[in-house]
Design a protein around this ligand. Structure first.
Ligand SMILES: O=C(O)CCC(=O)C(=O)O
Ligand SMILES: [Fe+2]
Length: 386
């Protein structure tokens, strides 16, 4: 495994669980990855960064070079060799599967506080409309394992029984993927301080990073049709980068510079990474917050649930989302702030998450503007893409 992979802190958190053996992997039916589609689809051509190269002489520079085009134009790429093996990954898929199979009343004990835009916990399906039907998506968000979040959220015993592994998994994604990528972005931006972005994303300080289990439930042909096949869900993500584990059920599409949507394919052993809004804000839009959506899978995959593992990274809550001043690249491009007044990460999260979690508020605001945008904060207009 990669040489990058050594710095993950030891897991600390565990919880008393009655009869934990019932949750051992021997007693949980393992998750089975669905087969890939046989349909010919327009696949996106994305670069793959081998993170094993990161610590070799000249490796960072090679990887940064490989990234230059992707981060400025496409906003999507893959990484491989990130220090978690397939068994560890499959165990997380197994926990996700069993979590979503719990009875609704069990999951409801850990439900998201939608009104206060507090997204950690369980988000039930059916809260938003797509086309003339409601969504079929459930989410379980797990915050960082730091004192800021300790004791604030509950989980079912299924997950409490595995908390040290979940903690290790999520911290590994932060230290083995997010931080190295931030150094590569710093190289692309020619920042004098390679750790500039890393310092805004340290694990221990308060930020809204979270690890996520997600499921898109199966739908009938009529439901797919009524949802408009999911075509109206184009969006950009809120934070720095989003990590998505290999997803064989096709559906994730990227909007290209040419206005065409292409599908992300399921490459073995990879994580798909996309750049998101805040890295775009602090580079005045030069690093691209990629526009993407999840559409109905091809017909030969309609019989499968689409289970996902994701990690959302975000800068510290007190980071001000203004363009970095000492990047020769950004200076040459003449980038400008995207806000009318300085906005902190905490304010940005609250503004965007309020819209994301409360479809009725979003619908009202979109209807008021009438031009497909909504003013989120300080003059910044967010947009939906179809
Ligand atoms: O499930 C996927 O493929 C991507 C999900 C996504 O775009 C999101 O949760 O923001
Ligand atoms: Fe997204």
């Amino acid at each position: 495994m990669s040489a990058v992979i050594t710095k993950t802190a030891k897991p600390q958190v565990s919880f008393p669980v009655e009869n934990p053996a019932q949750y051992s992997y021997e007693n949980l039916t393992p998750y089975v990855h669905p087969p890939e589609t046989k349909e010919e689809l327009p696949w996106a051509e994305l670069v793959t960064l081998d993170l094993e190269d990161y610590d070799r002489p000249g490796g960072k520079e090679r990887l940064a070079k490989q990234l230059e085009h992707a981060v400025h134009h496409v906003g999507f790429f893959y990484v491989k060799n990130f220090g978690l093996n397939q068994t560890q990954i499959d165990q997380q898929f197994t926990l996700a599967k069993h979590f979503f199979e719990l009875p609704t009343e069990e999951k409801a004990k850990h439900e998201v506080k939608y009104e206060t835009a507090n997204y950690n916990g369980w988000r039930r399906a059916g809260r938003s409309k797509n086309g003339s039907t409601v969504d079929a998506v459930e989410i379980f968000n797990i915050p960082k394992f730091t004192p800021d979040f300790e004791g604030k959220y509950t989980r079912p015993d299924l997950l409490n029984a595995h908390l040290p592994e979940i903690e290790h998994f999520s911290k590994s994604l932060h230290s083995n993927v997010v931080l190295p990528l931030l150094r590569l972005f710093a190289i692309v931006l020619q920042l004098p301080d390679e750790d500039y972005l890393v310092r805004q994303h340290t694990y221990d300080k308060k930020s809204e990073d979270h690890f996520r289990y997600m499921i898109y439930h199966k739908r009938t042909p009529e439901e797919h049709e009524a949802s408009g096949f999911g075509h109206s869900g184009g969006h950009t993500d809120l934070g720095t980068v989003t990590l998505l584990f290999r997803q064989p059920v096709a559906g994730l599409q990227i909007l290209g510079d040419d206005g065409k949507w292409t599908y992300v394919s399921a490459q073995p052993g990879t994580i798909t990474v996309n750049l998101a809004d805040t890295i775009s804000h602090i580079t005045g839009g030069w690093l691209k917050s990629s526009i993407h959506r999840v559409v109905a899978p091809p017909k030969d995959q309609w019989e499968y649930e689409r289970t996902g593992l994701l990690y959302f990274s975000r800068p510290h809550n007190d980071v001000v989302l203004e363009p970095i001043v000492d990047s020769p690249v950004l200076n040459a491009a003449g980038v400008k702030s995207r806000f009318e007044k300085p906005v902190t990460m905490e304010e940005w999260v609250k503004a965007k998450q309020t819209i994301q979690l409360n479809p009725e508020i979003a619908a009202k605001k979109y209807a008021e503007s009438g031009d497909g945008t909504v003013e989120l904060i300080a003059g910044f207009k967010d947009r939906k893409y179809a």
